[in-house]
Design a protein around this ligand. Structure first.
Ligand code: PLP
Length: 453
C-alpha cells in the first residue's frame, strides 16, 4: 500500500487490514488507482470531502445520480426511519404500502399512457427487464417471431448481457463473446462537421432515424421486438438527439409494430429540466427505464415504466387465480429502503422545484461551458439540460491519456470530480447547483485544461 493510500484511509477501523488491494474496482485502471488513489469520505450538498476535510466540487452528481445533492436531510431521515420500521419485505406474492405509493407517484410523472411501474435495483437490470418484457409481450400477442432487438452505436444500457448486446460501446462488448443473438444497431447521431458546438438538440441528423427502415427491410418487421435508445446518449460522451429524430423513430416503430424503449436511466428526474426526456422531447415510448436520480443515488433502485397496453397483454383474459403474469423479478424489487428514499427524493424535487431550476439554469451552464470554446485543446462542446461535454484533442497516438490525466488533476489539484470517457469530459452537477456553482465549475475546468495542455 502506498503512503498516500495510508493517509486517506482509516486503517484502524475493523479487524482486517484496510489496504487498497482486495477491492476489484469497476471501470477503473486498478493498478494506477491503487498507486494514486482518489478517496472520498463524506458528502454534503454540492460537495464531496477528502479525508483531510478538503471539499471536492461534485461536477457529475456522482455518476449522474445525486440530483438532489448529497446527504439531504429529508432523504437521510426517511431511510433511517424505514430501516427501523420495516427492513425488508418480499414483493413476490406479498408487498408493502410504499411500493404502490412510489409506483403511483412515478406513473403520475410519466407521459400519458404509461401507467405501470416495475422495480429493480439498477439501470442494467432495468434495461434487461425492459428487453424481456418486450419479448414476452410479442409472444403473448401471438407474434413469437419478434425476437430481434435494435440498439444504437455508442449506446449504453448497462452491463448485463442484454444491455451490452444492444449497447454500442466496443470495449464493453468485445471481451464477452457473442452476447445476445439477433441484435442490430442504428448508427449513432453524432457528426462533428455538422453539429460542432451544439446547444440543445442539433439541427442536423433527424434523417438518421430512417436507417431503421433499412434495418426493417433487411430483417423484416415480423422479426423485430423493440428498438432501445437513450433519448440523450450520456455515457458515450453526451449526444443530444437531433431535432425531430426521436419523433421519426417513434413513427417508424408504430408503422412496423415495433416497441420503442427509452433508456432514461440518466435523463429522467430533472437532468434535462423535465421529469423525463420523453416529456421534454414530446415523444412517448412504450417502455421507459429509470434508475439513479429516482433515489438521488442514496439507495440502489431502478425500474421500468410500462404502457397500459403492455401491462394489459400480460393480464390476458383472466386465467386462474394462481397464474403468475410476469415470470421476472428481483429479491430486492421494491426494497423498503429504496421506496422510502424514492418518496423522500420525489418530494424534494417537487418542493424545491429542482426540475424547473435545472431548466432555468440550462442557459447558464451552456454559456459557462461554451466560453471555453476557443481553448486550444477543445475540439467540441455539447450542452443540453444540466449536462455539458467537452471533446479534448487526444495525445498523439495515446487516446484516453489526456482525459484520464484531466480527471486525476481535477481531483488532486482543483478539488473537483469530473467524468471521463476516453478524451471526452462530461459534467452533470446536482440540480441544486446555482449560477455561482456552475460558473465555478468551468473556472476550475479552465485551469485543468491549461494544466493538461
Ligand atoms: N442505462 C443508461 C442509459 C445508463 O447511463 C446507465 C449507467 O450509467 C445504465 C443503463 C446502467 O445503470 P447501472 O450502472 O445502475 O446498472
Amino acid at each position: 500500500m502506498t503512503d498516500m493510500a495510508n493517509a486517506d484511509l482509516d486503517t484502524t477501523a475493523g479487524s482486517a487490514p484496510n489496504d487498497l488491494e482486495a477491492f476489484w474496482m469497476p471501470f477503473t485502471p486498478n493498478k494506477h488507482f491503487k498507486r494514486d488513489p482518489r478517496i472520498i469520505v463524506r458528502a454534503k450538498d454540492m460537495n464531496y470531502f477528502k479525508a483531510d476535510g478538503t471539499p471536492v466540487v461534485d461536477g457529475t452528481a456522482g455518476l449522474w445520480c445525486s440530483n438532489a445533492g448529497h446527504c439531504r436531510a429529508p432523504i437521510v431521515e426517511a431511510i433511517q426511519a424505514q430501516a427501523a420500521e420495516l427492513d425488508f419485505a418480499p414483493t413476490f406474492q406479498f408487498s408493502h404500502p410504499k411500493t404502490f405509493e412510489v409506483a403511483s407517484r412515478l406513473t403520475a410523472m410519466a407521459p400519458e399512457g404509461i401507467d405501470y411501474a416495475f422495480f429493480c435495483n439498477s439501470g442494467s437490470e432495468a434495461a434487461d427487464s425492459a428487453l424481456k418484457m418486450a419479448l414476452a409481450y410479442h409472444r403473448l400477442n401471438g407474434e413469437a417471431s419478434r425476437t430481434r432487438f435494435i440498439g444504437r452505436s455508442r449506446g449504453y444500457h448497462g452491463t448485463g448481457f442484454g444491455g451490452i448486446s444492444v449497447g454500442g460501446i466496443s470495449p464493453n462488448r468485445k471481451f464477452y463473446g457473442t452476447m445476445l443473438p439477433g441484435v442490430d444497431h442504428l448508427p449513432d447521431t453524432y457528426n462533428r462537421d455538422e453539429q460542432a458546438f451544439s446547444r440543445g438538440e442539433p439541427a442536423w441528423g433527424a434523417h438518421l432515424a430512417d436507417d431503421l427502415e433499412k434495418i426493417v427491410a433487411l430483417h423484416d418487421a415480423s422479426t423485430i421486438a423493440a428498438v432501445i435508445v437513450e433519448p440523450m446518449a450520456g455515457s458515450t460522451g453526451v449526444l443530444a438527439p437531433p431535432q425531430g429524430y426521436l419523433k421519426r423513430l417513434r413513427e417508424i416503430c408504430n408503422k412496423h409494430g415495433i416497441l420503442l424503449i427509452f433508456d432514461e436511466v440518466i435523463t429522467a428526474f430533472g437532468r434535462l429540466g423535465y421529469a423525463t426526456a420523453a416529456e421534454r422531447f414530446e415523444v412517448t415510448p412504450d417502455l421507459l427505464t429509470f434508475a439513479k436520480g429516482v433515489t438521488s443515488g442514496t439507495v440502489p433502485m431502478g425500474g421500468v415504466l410500462v404502457s397500459k397496453d403492455i401491462y394489459d397483454m400480460f393480464q390476458g383474459d383472466g386465467g386462474p387465480d394462481h397464474a403468475i403474469d410476469l415470470f421476472h423479478g428481483y429479491t430486492y424489487s421494491g426494497h423498503p429502503l429504496a421506496m422510502a428514499a424514492a418518496l423522500a427524493t420525489l418530494d424534494l424535487y417537487r418542493d424545491e422545484g429542482l426540475f424547473e431550476q435545472a431548466r432555468a439554469n440550462e442557459a447558464v451552464m451552456a454559456d459557462a461551458a461554451h466560453e471555453l470554446k476557443s481553448h486550444g485543446l477543445v475540439q467540441d462542446i455539447r450542452t443540453i439540460g444540466l449536462v455539458a461535454a467537452f471533446d479534448l484533442a487526444p495525445v498523439d497516438g495515446v487516446p484516453g491519456k489526456r482525459g484520464y490525466e484531466a480527471m486525476c488533476k481535477a481531483f488532486h489539484d482543483e478539488n473537483m470530480m469530473i467524468r471521463v470517457t476516453a478524451d471526452t469530459i462530461a459534467f452533470s452537477p446536482p440540480l441544486i447547483a446555482n449560477e455561482t456553482d456552475l460558473i465555478d465549475i468551468f473556472d476550475r475546468f479552465k485551469k485543468i485544461l491549461d494544466a493538461v495542455s
